[in-house]
Ligand binder design. Structure first.
Ligand code: MV4
Length: 445
């Protein structure tokens, strides 16, 4: 087992990783930017190293500084968390080259899922359902028009280097193709330095349902059931839950098998997530695979009683997984608490938290790095915590969530708490009646 893990991240996930390391008897090293010197991850780690200025590029994305921090603290592994360098294959390779274990998949595995056309080809070969579409890159506008006619409108143009919605355009008829193609190409080039595009049938009003998987170094792969992440706004998830209210035992069986096929196709090692679009007829299609621990991993932990960070560390250290699959035994919901103003188009609201009271009680988990007096820096994402509730049924989990949200007091900044309070009372949400389009028509009272 590792003796000392350096956590190349900040915020709640850095704290989450430190907590598990403590329980496993592993020493921790925090790295931090000058803007984060008063952060809890710095206080709770065994050692801390400042790696640069406030901007991510100067610190949390600064590979030479992070490698220097590994060297001076003698860390034998790096946990990248999510975001920042978590899916950077060059960083994973540099760690390997320096004899430091990157707690995640190999650079090859990251690359094979990072390019979406390559990932889709791999899935087709593995027998995982994908959205019907063209094979390979779109050559030009004319070729795009021809392909769209074959597929049938509406179609969607996506960036092969994309993910998370950037460089993506829905096209409803031939008249819109040229503009959509040019816009997607520009956006992809600017965002990813790769303007390659591909096309597929547009699945209308889908649900976003993802399957958590784990694979070890010996070829064993299992799944840990699904999370429903359909409650999103501009590709930012706000609420996740497990099980999905749309799930059936038969669909879970089929999606679980498909996710295992997907991970096995690249000999996946570590924990990861296979994202699917699910249409109203319960047809499901591979969308992307995330080769990292995700923000919403907690809902899975609560319903299958499994510490995903602990397993991720054990897998990286060469331990075997049990190989069995995990079914949800309870219902868990997570609300992302962001420093944003839901009455003002979710505008970021950095600043000082003057008053803080955190909810507790039966079935309540709070993963957060903030405290009274903490100043939320403007440089990073606006998530200041995750409120997770767990109960026997979905209705009870929602009721506990409403109760916990009502107890949560955060003053000094705007937060998404009022949004979540209204959502928990929404009739369609309570019925499990929602798709990825749900928040487009949701209005704050
Ligand atoms: C789609 C789609 C419909 N049809 N692909 C959004 C982010 C990127 N990962 C892929 N996305 C989508 N791909 C086809 N063929 C709809 C979306 C989509 C979406 C997916 C999941 C959750 C929220 C979404 C919001 C808008 C669009």
């Amino acid at each position: 087992m590792f003796k000392k893990i350096l956590i190349a991240n900040r915020g709640e996930i850095a704290l989450r990783i430190i907590r598990t390391c403590r329980e496993m008897g592993i020493k921790t090293v925090a790295v931090y930017s000058t803007a984060d010197k008063d952060s809890l991850h710095v206080k709770f780690a065994d050692e801390a190293v400042c790696i640069g200025g406030p901007k991510s590029i100067e610190s949390y994305l600064n590979i030479p500084h992070i490698m220097a921090a590994c060297e001076i603290t003698n860390a034998d592994a790096v946990h990248p968390g999510y975001g920042f360098l978590a899916e950077n294959s060059k960083f994973a390779q540099i760690c390997a080259d320096h004899g430091i274990k990157f707690i995640g998949p190999t650079p090859d595995m990251i690359n094979s899922m990072g390019d979406k056309i390559t990932a889709k080809e791999t899935m087709i070969k593995a027998g995982v359902p994908v959205v019907p579409g063209g094979d390979g890159l779109l050559a030009d506008v004319a070729a795009s028009k021809k392909l769209a006619k074959e597929i049938g409108y509406p179609v969607i143009i996506k960036a092969t280097a994309g993910g998370g919605g950037k460089g993506m355009r829905v096209v409803w008829n031939e008249g819109e193709i040229e503009k959509a193609y040019e816009a997607a190409k520009m956006e992809a080039g600017a965002s990813f330095k790769n303007d390659g595009l591909y096309m597929e049938k547009f699945v209308e009003e889908p649900r976003h349902i993802e399957i958590q998987v784990a694979g070890d170094q010996y070829g064993n792969v299992c799944h840990l059931s699904e999370r429903d992440c359909s409650i999103q706004r501009r590709h930012q998830k706000l609420v996740e839950e497990s099980p999905s209210p749309f799930m059936t035992p038969e669909l879970r069986q089929r999606m679980g098998e498909a996710a295992i096929k997907a991970a096995s196709a690249i000999n996946y090692e570590s924990v990861g997530t296979v994202e699917f679009l699910v249409d109203k007829n319960r047809n499901f299609y591979f969308m992307e695979m995330n080769t990292r621990i995700q923000v919403e991993h907690c809902v899975t932990e609560e319903v299958v009683s499994y510490d995903l960070i602990k397993e991720q560390i054990k897998i990286a250290a060469g331990e075997k997984i049990s190989g069995r699959n995990y079914e949800p035994q309870l219902h868990a919901i997570e609300c992302r608490i962001n420093a944003e103003d839901p009455y003002n188009d979710f505008r970021p609201s950095p600043g000082k938290i003057t008053v803080l009271h955190t909810p507790g009680g039966h079935g309540v988990r709070v993963d957060s790095h903030v405290y009274a007096g903490y100043v939320i820096p403007p440089y990073y994402d606006s998530m200041i915590g995750k409120l997770i509730t767990v109960a026997q049924t979905r209705e009870e989990a929602i009721n506990t969530m409403y109760r916990a949200l009502s107890e949560y007091v955060i003053e000094g900044v705007h937060t998404t708490i009022p949004f979540h309070l209204q959502l928990m009372q929404n009739e369609d949400f309570r019925k499990g009646n929602f798709t990825t389009k749900f928040l487009e028509s949701f209005k704050m009272k």
